[in-house]
Write a protein that binds this ligand. Structure first.
Ligand SMILES: [Zn+2]
Length: 290
C-alpha cells in the first residue's frame, strides 16, 4: 500500500515530463520554419508594395493613354509626307538634327513637337554625362502612310510626339536609361516602352506636363552629373522651383518612383533582420529549456 502512491506519483511525474518534452519538441520544430515563413512573407509583401506601378512593358492601356493625350492636345495625325511638311511649315513640328550629345540614325522625317526636342536635348546631355556615349535617335515623326506594318493603330508617331531610341550595348547605360525613363514616367512626363521588334525604346512625350516641367528646370541650376560614375537619375529631386509650376502640372506629377522603392526595400530588410534575431533568440531559449 505504501509503495503504490509513490509508484503512481512517479508515473505522473514521468507523464508530465514527457508531455513537456513533447511540447518543447513541437515548439522547436514549429518555431524555425514558422519564423522563416513569416520573414519570407513579410519580405515578399514589402517587395510587392515597393514595386513601382510604372513599367517599360507596353500595353493596350498605355497606347490608349498616349493616344488620348495627343487627342486632348488636339494634335494632327499626319497621314502623308505632305501633311508632315504642312505641320513643319506651320511650326507645329520642329527640326531635330542631332547635337553634342545625340545623333540621328536613318530618321526619314527629322521633325517632332518642340517638347520632344527639349526632352531629347536634356536627356541626351544627362545620358552622355552618365554613360560617356551619345544617345541615338532612330525615329521621330512618321506619317500614317509610312508606318511599319506592325505599328499600333493608336501610335502617336504621326502626331510628332514620339521618339525612338537605340538600345545601348552597355548594360550599365541601359540600366541608367531605363531607370531614368521610369522615374520620368512616374511623374507622367512621358510613357516609355522597351520594344522588341525591332529592339528600341519608344518614348511618347506628354507635351503639356513636360513643357511645364522643362520651364521649372530652366529656373533651377542642378549640379552637373559626374562623367565617371553612372548615377541613378535624380531629376525629380532637383526641382526646388517645382512649387512655381502650374497647378495642373503639379497635380499630374506624382512623387518620385525611386523614393518609395528604396524605402520599401530598407523597411523589408529591417523587418527581416529583426525576425532573424528573434528566431536566433527563440532557438537559444528553447535549447536552454530542453
Ligand atoms: Zn516608337
Amino acid at each position: 500500500m505504501g509503495v503504490r502512491p509513490a509508484t503512481e506519483g512517479t508515473e505522473t511525474d514521468t507523464n508530465r515530463t514527457m508531455g513537456r518534452a513533447k511540447i518543447r519538441r513541437q515548439l522547436r520544430a514549429a518555431a524555425l520554419p514558422g519564423a522563416v515563413m513569416a520573414a519570407v512573407a513579410v519580405g515578399v509583401a514589402m517587395a510587392a508594395a515597393a514595386k513601382p506601378s510604372v513599367t517599360l512593358r507596353g500595353s493596350p492601356a498605355s497606347m490608349e493613354h498616349q493616344y488620348e493625350v495627343a487627342r486632348s492636345e488636339d494634335f494632327t495625325f499626319a497621314a502623308t509626307p505632305a501633311a508632315v511638311a504642312d505641320l513643319v511649315a506651320k511650326e507645329r513640328l520642329v527640326r531635330i538634327e542631332g547635337g553634342a550629345d545625340y545623333t540621328l540614325h536613318q530618321v526619314s522625317y527629322p521633325f517632332a513637337r518642340p517638347e520632344v526636342r527639349t526632352l531629347v536635348e536634356e536627356l541626351s546631355a544627362k545620358y552622355r554625362a552618365a554613360c560617356g556615349e551619345p544617345l541615338v535617335v532612330t525615329s521621330l515623326t512618321r506619317p500614317k502612310s509610312e508606318q511599319p506594318g506592325n505599328a499600333h493603330e493608336l501610335s502617336v508617331h504621326p502626331a510628332g510626339m514620339a521618339v525612338d531610341f537605340r538600345i545601348s550595348k552597355s548594360p550599365k547605360c541601359v540600366k541608367w536609361f531605363e531607370k531614368t525613363l521610369l522615374a520620368m514616367e512616374g511623374r507622367e512626363l512621358l510613357d516609355a516602352t522597351r520594344e522588341r521588334n525591332p529592339p528600341h525604346f519608344h518614348v511618347a512625350v506628354f507635351p503639356g506636363v513636360y513643357a511645364a516641367y522643362a520651364a521649372t528646370r530652366k529656373t533651377s541650376s542642378p549640379p552637373p552629373a559626374s562623367p565617371t560614375a553612372i548615377q541613378p537619375e535624380r531629376w525629380p529631386r532637383q526641382q526646388p522651383a517645382e512649387a512655381a509650376a502650374p497647378a495642373g502640372a503639379r497635380s499630374q506629377a506624382s512623387e518620385p518612383v525611386e523614393a518609395p522603392e528604396q524605402a520599401g526595400v530598407v523597411l523589408a530588410a529591417g523587418i527581416i533582420g529583426v525576425l532573424a534575431l528573434f528566431v536566433l533568440w527563440l532557438i537559444r531559449r528553447i535549447r536552454r529549456m530542453v
